[in-house]
Design a protein. Structure first.
Length: 320
């Protein structure tokens, strides 16, 4: 173990001294993988998984054949591709707008800023992923009606507006609750059963709150840099102490809203996510201790893990 630590430390120091572009070839598969940010896909998957699990448990009320695995897969594909699209858009516009300073950046490095991906290549990739998401989402018209086209267009438009305008106005957290909670959970349910219930709506808000924790810890880490460039995130507006309280609060509120599962006869879907709440509390205490700097990336990774735990425990509680 000691030898491993020595070698790891040596490799890390050597990597920092080397130019990143000499390690990662421009427009290489590795460059595109890093630009896609695969670790963020859990945030895209969890709402769909919860919506599908809710639909599966309620499908028996509508007779055999009410549930479609094809519709479920299409919802998941659309969510995945839109998440990658959003990551590409964020990478491109932050680079063009000069928001990514490699010398002061606290979060993971971005592909365009470091030259891993050329700007022209990223433009084409954004066009491709946007079109691919629409192609995957279009068949949902067969399951949910023509209103699915409107929902898809709204998702695409706000995917661009978030990075270019709305994240600067403190609206990011609201958009997360809407587009990572209400929309994917309710639509994943609706395309199956052609309706939705107040219980599904409450569950979608709970899911949005859980995923908003990821944005809160990200903006908590970047609060000084965001303030310097005029990016008025909710964390910047309320200050670090209130932001920490919000981070804790969204996790607690999500689990309390889970009472709706208990009311609907799925007690395990309320009890099992208490594991998520325990992990969320540990992450909160770590944020409070670290407070600032790149070390908060540990909390970012833990929060992504916590989101996945929440989704899996809720789904398991609904299906068992």
């Amino acid at each position: 173990m000691q030898m491993y630590e020595i070698l790891f430390t040596f490799a890390s120091k050597t990597a920092k001294k080397m130019n990143s572009t000499s390690i990662i070839r421009t427009d290489s598969p590795r460059a595109w993988l890093l630009a896609a940010r695969p670790k963020t896909l859990s945030g895209a998957a969890v709402p769909v998984v919860i919506g599908v699990a809710l639909a599966w448990t309620d499908a028996s009320q509508y007779g055999s054949g009410a549930f479609s695995w094809t519709a479920a897969v299409l919802c998941l594909l659309f969510a995945f591709i839109m998440q990658v699209d959003a990551n590409f858009i964020n990478d491109f516009f932050d680079c063009v707008g000069g928001n990514d300073d490699t010398a002061t950046r606290l979060g993971p490095q971005r592909a365009c800023t470091l030259g891993w991906v050329r700007l022209d290549s990223m433009k084409r990739a954004i066009a491709l992923t946007t079109c691919l998401a629409c192609v995957c989402g279009l068949p949902l018209v067969w399951y949910g009606g023509f209103e699915m086209i409107l929902i898809g267009l709204i998702c695409v438009v706000f995917c661009f507006l978030y990075t270019t305008h709305l994240s600067y106005l403190g609206l990011g957290d609201l958009l997360v609750i809407v587009f990572f909670g209400i929309v994917p959970v309710c639509i994943s349910y609706y395309v199956q059963l052609h309706t939705y219930t107040w219980q599904v709506f409450i569950a979608s808000i709970a899911c949005g709150l859980v995923i908003d924790a990821l944005l809160l810890v990200n903006n908590f880490r970047d609060r000084e840099g965001d303030r310097a460039v005029g990016k008025n995130t909710l964390v910047v507006m309320v200050g670090p102490n209130a932001a920490l309280a919000l981070f804790l609060g969204v996790g607690v509120a999500a689990c309390l809203l889970g009472i709706v599962f208990w009311i609907n006869g799925h007690v395990l879907a309320f009890i099992l996510p208490l594991l998520y709440l325990a992990l969320h509390l540990f992450t909160y205490l770590k944020m409070k201790r670290i407070w600032e700097g790149k070390a908060l990336n540990e909390c970012l990774g833990e929060t992504a893990r916590n989101i996945l735990v929440y989704g899996l425990t809720v789904a398991a509680g609904l299906l068992l």
